[in-house]
Design a protein around this ligand. Structure first.
Ligand SMILES: C[S@@+](CC[C@H](N)C(=O)[O-])C[C@H]1O[C@@H](n2cnc3c(N)ncnc32)[C@H](O)[C@@H]1O
Length: 222
């Protein structure tokens, strides 16, 4: 806990207000690809489960129209506080469970789902990606980041995962096939290190390497 506190203090990561992970002020390689793709976006971009809105901030600064969503209304208050007045007209805030959202078909050019889909279980997980596919316009980009099962050196959690997997549970972990089943073309998928140079050594040793999964997928043109 002391390592976590000092990590919070270094200004790079902050615990979420609803204890659903941390907000990290660093753009990982997959989110970086997404942000580049959204450059010059002519349709709205949704940052779902946006936390304190780090991705939203980048998108707005680059001129995009953004729908920032989070299940915690207090997080959206913080997003509003962080965004400069002159960019607010391009921002819509939606406090809701992202799996319950209902955007018009083909209305979004990009969807970011950063480090929260691991909170879903099946069938909500599968249904969410089917909806995301519908919401995206053809050629639109979906970016998902999710903590890998073995990110955290927590043997009891890993044992539970192995038990679920062996019993044939449909969603004991991640599968990019589910994106393909929903119709997406997976362009890039892999593991990366959610490692921050300024982490204290004690915190770095708590995280396994290659601890986070990133996926960039597109909705192909029909
Ligand atoms: C680990 S934080 C990541 C925040 C941000 N996406 C990022 O990468 O910095 C997870 C966030 O997802 C939100 N969240 C979790 N489940 C959600 C859901 N079903 N719908 C919308 N937001 C959700 C939490 O409130 C929290 O802000």
């Amino acid at each position: 806990m002391s390592a976590l506190t000092s990590a919070q203090l270094d200004g790079v990561m902050q615990t979420t207000l609803n204890q659903m992970g941390w907000s990290v002020e660093i753009v990982d390689p997959y989110t970086g690809i997404f942000l580049k793709r959204m450059h010059g976006a002519r349709q709205p971009v949704a940052d779902l489960g946006c936390g304190f809105g780090i991705v939203t901030e980048h998108l707005l600064a680059d001129g995009a129209t953004v729908i920032a969503n989070d299940i915690a209304p207090a997080h959206l208050e913080e997003v509003k506080r962080r965004i400069p007045d002159e960019q607010r007209a391009n921002l819509t805030l939606v406090a809701r469970d992202a799996t319950q959202l209902d955007f018009p078909a083909d209305s979004l050019v990009g969807i970011m789902a950063g480090r929260w889909v691991h909170f879903l279980t099946s069938p909500a997980f599968r249904e969410f990606f089917q909806k995301a596919y519908t919401w995206l316009a053809s050629g639109g980009t979906l970016c998902v980041t999710v903590h890998a099962m073995k990110a955290w050196c927590a043997p009891d959690v890993c044992r539970e995962y192995e038990k679920n997997r062996e019993s044939g549970m449909e969603w004991p972990g991640w599968s990019a096939n589910w994106l393909e089943d929903a119709g997406f073309l997976v362009e890039k998928a892999g593991l990366y290190d959610l490692m921050i140079p300024s982490y204290p050594a004690s915190y770095r040793s708590y995280l396994a390497s290659q601890n986070t999964i990133g996926v960039v997928a597109i909705k192909p043109f029909r």
